[in-house]
Every structure is written in structure tokens, then in C-alpha cells.
Design a protein around this ligand. Structure first.
Ligand code: HEC
Length: 191
């Protein structure tokens, strides 16, 4: 019973989408396998890489960085830990991460290489585009109670005042001065 439950959990947890967590899953790997030569704590910064200062680590997590968030295949760190042990660039030298550790790191990078809530790295390698400006609304015709028509852009309804824009200038027109159709035009629109 217990065994089948554990089995079920093991099968379900990836499906439930538990993300590899930096603090819980990844930092302990770096600590046991990499700190010795790459940490401020040990005062060893081989090739300038440290894994215990998250601000510095965050700087290596970027497109074309040592860790390319979302793209383990493009991340040199992934390559270093998966090279054959004989290769002199293999990390850690003279040893290897377990398959499970490698898998966790790959998943963590795939999921965006987040460092946790605080020092979270940007989740995607793509530059963030500013949201496009909504298009300027088209001018409409407005008719006053005495039958005069103007063409203006609706800006807002401010209580009993309709704010319209004509030639870039705002005009405040009391609702009472508009024909019934124009009043409806102003009051029935969504904000
Ligand atoms: C016993 C010491 C030692 C350990 C442990 C170690 N490294 Fe290294 N690391 C080095 C040395 C030395 C270099 C520089 C290698 C070179 O220039 O050829 C290096 C370089 C690197 C680089 C830079 C490579 C480059 O192309 O600039 C990265 C990234 C790296 N190691 C990651 C790791 C990771 C990840 C771990 C743990 C899984 C780790 N290292 C464990 C000694 C170590």
C-alpha cells in the first residue's frame, strides 16, 4: 500500500508540474560538488565563477551566458557537466554529478533558471517588448441639442460631462447639451 502510494507520487509529481527549486534542489548540488572551487566561501573563484553569491550567479544567467534560461541545450554549464569525464573541461574535475543531479539542473534551466522569489532571474531569453499602445480611437460625429454636428474623439465620461478631443484639444461638453443619440453614444460605451 505504502509502496504503491510512493510509486504513484513519483509518477505524478512531474505531471503535477513541480518546478525544480533552486534553494531546495540546485543549491545543494552546487554546494557539494562545486563550492570547493567556485565559492566566495572557499575563496576559490575558478575562471571567475562562483555559485554561492546569488547576485553574481544571476549575472551568469542570461542569453549567451553560462546558463541560458529556458535553453539547457545552449547553456555551456550544461555542456561542462555532461562532457565525458576524460575531457579536461568536464566539471567537476575528477568526478561527476549523478544522472539525477544532471537531470535536476537541466529541468531547472529549462524552467527558466529561477533563483527563487527574491533574486529571480528573467524567465526567458527573449527581450521583453513593451506592450503596444492601444490605437487612438476613431473620431465620431456628435450632435448637439440644437442640431450642430462636430467630429471628435471620445475621451471619457466625467459625471455629466463628456470629454471629447478635437484636433488634439480636449472639450468638455455637458451631456445635457447633446442630442439623445449622442448622449447614448457617450453613456453606453465601455470604459
Ligand atoms: C576541484 C576544483 C573544481 C570543482 C570542484 C569544480 N570546478 Fe569548475 N572549474 C575549475 C577550474 C580549475 C576551472 C578552469 C578550467 C579551465 O580554465 O580550463 C573551472 C571552470 C569552470 C567554469 C568556467 C568554464 C569556462 O569555459 O570558462 C564553469 C562554468 C565551472 N567550472 C562550473 C563548475 C560546476 C558547475 C561545478 C560543479 C558541478 C564545478 N565547476 C566544480 C575547478 C573546479
Amino acid at each position: 500500500m505504502l509502496r504503491s502510494l510512493i510509486f504513484l507520487l513519483a509518477v505524478l509529481s512531474p505531471a503535477l508540474g513541480r518546478a525544480a527549486d533552486f534553494k531546495k534542489d540546485i543549491a545543494p548540488i552546487f554546494k557539494s560538488k562545486c563550492y570547493e572551487c567556485h565559492s566566495e566561501q572557499a575563496k576559490k573563484e575558478k575562471n571567475g565563477y562562483v555559485f554561492d553569491n546569488l547576485e553574481r550567479l544571476a549575472g551568469d544567467i542570461r542569453p549567451s551566458g553560462m546558463i541560458d534560461p529556458g535553453r539547457p541545450g545552449e547553456s555551456p554549464l550544461m555542456e561542462l557537466i555532461t562532457l565525458p569525464e576524460g575531457d579536461k573541461r568536464h566539471m567537476p574535475p575528477g568526478g561527476s554529478l549523478s544522472n539525477k543531479q544532471i537531470k535536476l539542473i537541466r529541468e531547472w534551466i529549462q524552467e527558466g533558471a529561477l533563483l527563487g522569489k527574491k533574486g529571480a532571474a528573467k524567465p526567458s531569453g527573449l527581450p521583453v517588448k513593451p506592450a503596444p499602445k492601444p490605437p487612438e480611437p476613431a473620431p465620431e460625429q456628435w450632435i448637439s441639442t440644437d442640431g450642430k454636428a462636430i467630429t471628435a474623439v471620445f475621451v471619457s465620461l466625467d459625471g455629466e460631462i463628456v470629454v471629447l478631443k478635437m484636433n488634439g484639444k480636449p472639450y468638455r461638453v455637458p451631456l445635457a447639451k447633446l442630442s439623445e443619440a449622442s448622449r447614448r453614444q457617450a453613456t453606453q460605451r465601455k470604459p
